[in-house]
Design a protein around this ligand. Sequence first.
Ligand SMILES: NC(=O)N[C@@H](CC(=O)O)C(=O)O
Ligand SMILES: [Zn+2]
Ligand SMILES: [Zn+2]
Length: 429
Amino acid sequence: MSTYLIKGVRPLGGEPADILVEDGRIAAVGDSLDATGAEVVEAAGLIALPGLVDLHTHLREPGREDAETVETGSRAAALGGFTAVHAMANTDPVADTAGVVEQVWRLGQEAGLVDVVPVGAVTVGLGGERLAELGAMADSAARVRVFSDDGHCVADPALMRRALEYVKAFDGVVAQHAEEPRLTAGAQMHEGDRSARLGLTGWSAAAEEAIIARDVLLAEHVGARLHVCHVSTAGSVEILRWAKSRGVRVTAEVTPHHLLLTDACAESYDPVFKVNPPLRTDADVEALRAGLADGTIDAVGTDHAPHAVEDKESEWAQARPGMLGLEQALSVVIETMVEPGRLDWAGVADRMSVRPAAIGRLDGHGRPIAPGEPANLVLVDAAARAVVDPAALASRSRNSPYAGRELPGRVVATFLRGTPTVLDGKAVK
Ligand SMILES: NC(=O)N[C@@H](CC(=O)O)C(=O)O
Ligand SMILES: [Zn+2]
Ligand SMILES: [Zn+2]
């Protein structure tokens, strides 16, 4: 295993220093380190952050390898600065048994680009009727701690309560896709003036908020850990703030696209902007940024949702919901949070690495940049700007909502336990 000397980098945006990486760990951080024989990475002007951790990635394998595989999604993740991603369970077959989560975990190890951490389904086949074998998935080689029926809401309150109680036994967390299905039949976009004008069926803010309110009460009642996926409304942020003030064990994530885009994108009728939950209003975007800044929202979760061309390039109503996120997540956070002065680099490290790693109970990720720690690192050129070209993405799919948009920030290098997965902005393998 090679030794690397990262020269003149600014850890968490602080004073420039050298970082010596040896045997998969950070061996030293200091001024003018000398390491004869080490490969030198010139990093003057770059920011070093702990490798990013995503709580919400769709890798589509098994079942839709035409849209993404564990390997292509892992490469997209590494290029985005990630060293660990949680792979959602809505594959085919569904990741609802120890066998399937172990297969996904093994594929991730073989790709070797990021740690792929399988999420286990809460209910058999995402059917919402019977609990899946949560304990067996937790005890498996994949060591599952996050359970989610994402794509579907665990709508039955009694089942949700039982899932919350069950995962306490192994310190797990239920990650809820908060959508009251009785309120979103046929929904195509955010319910408001625009949906009325465009003639598209709306998904109200209340359909999300009703589930979050219910679930924080359930989590409080049974003393379990709840995580809320892709929070999208101002009202959801208020409910979370209230729940946290009461000491409820709840955490939440916001996607890059909900931090940047609004329902105005639907005016184009371009299905690349169709997503669940839908893009909301300017006021919601403002509340989400404020919630992420003050920590009410713990983390950025990409909800990277690759879709094949035939599932996405159709009429709006027929198109699948979901958009790519891994490769532009950090850029969107720089644009919406860092450049406006709402989050400093330590804050970015906290919301994109430290807290998501803690929620997923991952060892070795989200750690300080200090001697003895695993060398999971990303080096970022914050000043670089580039126009997003979907054809240049590593993802197997092309449904990026940022196509043609100029964004700040370039991932120059990513290290996974001391081995570069990205160098000079290019994937190493
Ligand atoms: N976000 C989406 O619109 N789609 C996701 C499922 C989900 O996250 O709910 C997908 O799997 O495509
Ligand atoms: Zn979802
Ligand atoms: Zn999702």
